[in-house]
Design a protein around this ligand. Structure first.
Ligand SMILES: Cc1cc2nc3c(=O)[nH]c(=O)nc-3n(C[C@H](O)[C@H](O)[C@H](O)COP(=O)(O)O)c2cc1C
Length: 190
């Protein structure tokens, strides 16, 4: 069975990116994948610093996140757009997980993986600019990124008080993105 790790690049409690990635995750589950959803803020790791790494090694929580990446076939990532780019929370976790700590192959957390990316913002463009740099980052790390992606604009208006999406079209697009990731991984795994 295809295994997918889903996470948002925001640690905010009411994060729209967490809501968006959860919908794509549901689409992936309905398409038959085993999906693990995690919150990045639950992995308490310091800002990456090579001196710290040399003195103390990889923090336990960074290692845990890295192992999750390694043990899944693909990723669903929804990123907030901070000043046209991804959050420091996200990049810090990505940097820690890029470091070799054991017998694993170099960049084992990223190479040979497939990702579907999305973004959500209260603004009209929906974080379209972060998708450009997020795609570039993940591809450079060795993760294939699906051509289809989704930027969800006006995101604060798309969810009701319970946190459920009120726009059927957006819901369908996000679920389809999750399904597309499962279909692609299924084909690749043979
Ligand atoms: C430091 C900072 C920079 C931001 N820059 C942008 C931006 O470039 N484009 C944008 O659409 N929204 C920007 N925003 C607004 C975010 O889209 C908004 O806070 C959003 O809710 C973050 O995602 P979340 O709800 O998943 O936490 C910025 C917010 C912060 C805190």
């Amino acid at each position: 069975m295809v295994k997918i790790l889903a996470f948002a690049g925001s640690g905010r409690k009411g994060s729209v990116n967490k809501k968006v990635v959860a919908i794509a995750a549901k689409g992936a589950q309905e398409a038959g994948a085993e999906v693990t959803i995690v919150n990045l803020e639950d992995f308490d790791m310091p800002i990456f610093n090579e001196d710290l790494e040399a003195e103390q090694g990889m923090p336990v929580e960074a290692q845990a996140f890295k192992e999750l990446l390694i043990s899944h076939d693909g990723f669903l990532i929804s990123s907030p757009e901070y000043n046209s780019s991804y959050s420091s929370l996200f990049k810090n976790a990505i940097d820690w997980a890029s470091r070799k700590t054991g017998d694993e192959a170099p960049m084992a957390a990223y190479r040979g993986k497939v990702a579907a990316i999305m973004a959500a913002s209260p603004g009209g463009l929906g974080g379209m600019r972060v998708l450009v740099v997020l795609r570039m980052l993940m591809e450079n790390l060795g993760t294939m990124v699906l051509p289809n992606q989704k930027a969800v604009g006006g995101a604060f208006k798309l969810f009701d008080e319970q946190g459920d999406i009120t726009d059927e079209k957006t819901e369908k697009t996000l679920k389809n993105l999750g399904k597309e990731l499962v279909d692609t991984l299924t084909k690749l795994k043979g």
